[in-house]
Design a protein around this ligand. Structure first.
Ligand SMILES: Nc1ncnc2c1ncn2[C@@H]1O[C@H](COP(=O)(O)OP(=O)(O)OP(=O)(O)O)[C@@H](O)[C@H]1O
Ligand SMILES: [Mg+2]
Length: 342
């Protein structure tokens, strides 16, 4: 099939059902989606954005393969949202190349947008409409047949546990319900790429868990995702690849566990104690293949090998924990501990 943009596309396989077979059963004949032959869904080269004298995004390159979840991480102001907004054609790029579904952006913005689902960082629901009306109105932008819209709205309301609030106006929803509705709305066009900018921002643990669990289901079903979040534990569980940005540049990219092992180590000892105690411990841990960091009254030891033999010396310290190295350790190591945007 030749698309209007002059690119070759393959018909996609069975579509993703969010919680059951309803969407799979109905979508194929009515809105049979097309998908680019390439496995590369997003390809970004040398992407740059200047706001006046401020370089918000500085020569970024990355790719997202079909079915992959890529975690976009970085301190406040690192350039994540600006980068996403350039992918979506909401912010004009200063330089670089963006290809999504093998189409050049923003030139083929309309064709690209039709196949993307977006959860923006800032709530963009229509406050005058109800939950269900928000979904139906949004579906209208994609010219989805009415019969299909009905089925998808129903399924998404259930998938995001909003079916009992379908007639509520947005003003009456909690933050968590709004975020769930934004996600439901992002899925209304059965997107081939889901872009999520802080999907769980400001939510309580229950609401967060529900959203991360739903995202894991979508990921397992093969949805391609670009995700930003400061919940690093969840990001490392969901993403096959992470990019850590700082000051508009990619400081590292790769498979999260591999990066953690290579750059941080196997496990971390966090020890509290007096300066004298920590000095003594720091000396002991020098025998081990480990790096150390002193932050106030705390000593962090990032061990690259099994340091069990040193555990007995920890008995002399006030309190300590031993845990596996994680993405937050990597994040702090690469971007530092100082506060941004202060
Ligand atoms: N419209 C704009 N005009 C001027 N500067 C901007 C504009 N939008 C963003 N910036 C600046 O660009 C930089 C990157 O901002 P961006 O919103 O992309 O960061 P972020 O990584 O998404 O941060 P956060 O984690 O806080 O969401 C910041 O210094 C911000 O102040
Ligand atoms: Mg942002």
């Amino acid at each position: 099939m030749l698309s209007s943009a002059g690119q070759f596309f393959l018909r996609e396989g069975p579509s993703i059902g969010y919680s059951g077979a309803m969407i799979q059963a109905t979508s194929q004949q009515d809105s049979a989606p097309v998908f680019p032959a390439s496995q590369t869904v997003v390809s970004v080269t040398g992407l740059t954005k200047r706001f006046g004298g401020r370089l918000a995004v500085d020569n970024i390159s990355f790719a997202i393969q079909r079915g992959q979840c890529v975690g976009f991480l970085g301190p406040n102001g690192a350039g994540k949202t600006t980068c996403i907004n350039m992918l979506l054609g909401l912010v004009e790029k200063s330089a670089g190349e963006i290809r999504i579904f093998d189409l050049e952006a923003p030139r083929f913005h309309r064709q690209i947008k039709a196949r993307i689902g977006v959860v923006p960082q800032a709530d963009s629901l229509d406050p005058d409409l109800s939950v269900e009306e928000n979904l139906r109105t949004y579906a209208g932008y994609f010219r989805i047949p009415r019969r299909l819209v009905r089925a998808r709205v129903e399924e998404l309301l259930h998938f995001f546990a909003l079916h009992n609030r379908r007639d509520e106006i947005i003003e009456h929803l909690s933050g968590g319900q709004r975020r769930r509705l934004l996600l439901a709305r992002a899925l209304i066009n059965e997107p081939h790429l889901l872009i999520l900018d802080e999907p769980t921002i400001g939510l309580d643990p229950q609401a967060r868990h529900l959203i991360w669990e739903r995202l894991a289901i979508l990921q397992a079903q093969g949805t391609t995702m670009l995700l930003t979040s400061h919940y690093l534990e969840e990001v490392s569980r969901l993403s096959q690849q992470v990019l850590i940005l700082d000051h508009g540049q990619v400081v590292v990219q790769g498979e999260p566990q591999q990066l953690i092992t290579d750059m941080v180590g196997l496990e971390v000892f966090e020890v509290d104690g007096t300066a004298a105690e920590l000095d003594a411990l720091a000396a002991s841990f020098k025998e081990c293949n480990a790096t150390q960091e002193r932050v106030g009254d705390k000593l962090y030891v990032y061990a690259r090998e099994d340091c069990s033999r040193l555990v007995k010396v920890l008995g002399e310290a006030g309190s300590w924990v031993r845990r596996p190295a994680n993405l937050e350790d990597l994040f702090i190591q690469l971007t530092g501990r100082s506060l941004r945007e202060s």
